[in-house]
Design a protein around this ligand. Sequence first.
Ligand code: SF4
Length: 252
Amino acid sequence: MTAQLVFKRPRYLKKTVFHYCPGCGHSIIHRLVAEVIEELGIGEITIGVPPAGCAVLAYDYFDVDMGEAPHGRGPAVATGIKRMLPDRIVFSYQGDGDIAAIGTAETIHAANRGENITVIFVNNSCYGMTGGQMAPTTVVGQESTTTPGGRDIKRDGAPIDLSEMLALARGSVYIERTSVNSIKNIVKTKKALTKAFKIQMSGLGFSLVEILSPCPTNWKLSPLDSCKWIDETITQTFPLKVIKDETIKTEL
Ligand code: SF4
């Protein structure tokens, strides 16, 4: 009986140990992005733009060209790279603190201009790297180090629906919200990432996948309970769905 290979390291992930906490969604998302890049055959022409935040070291993990962006400026840096090198596939990889707070303006304007880039928006509803402070995406009632009694809508405002806002931008083509909290949702996330990259390969414009991602360390939950908490709590504020798809009539 011959052995069958059922699992291997994707070609475009380096043989480096991740620094992410146990149960962190970044590890799964990195793997999915690397698998999609390999399956689409674009590894030699892809340029990634990592963020400030927990994924700041993504340039040590992806085995493609990478260009680090200052905090929140991923879409601006990706725009510059794509405009100078239009034959490359360019993606930014950003957390919610990065994209939905300091980077709001860059993201909205890149979407509105219809830049032909792909944005991967990892939403774990807090500032992960700096210790779990309230982020714009922290849900009402969620405890954080700066909202120990839970987010209060009267005091702190409501969580920001960044993806829904970006769907209103005239130049955005495809926006979907997924999660990596279950096998089923991981499979859906990979499909969404594949579609987002294909949109860029077809020159159609701005694509973004928001991925709800567990942060067991700052949520103070086990990895398993973090996955359940996404289903029970986070998706009540940020439902999983295709938010905008202008490709319906297009053969990708
Ligand atoms: S702090 Fe949260 S987001 Fe950051 S690596 Fe740890 S689990 Fe992941």
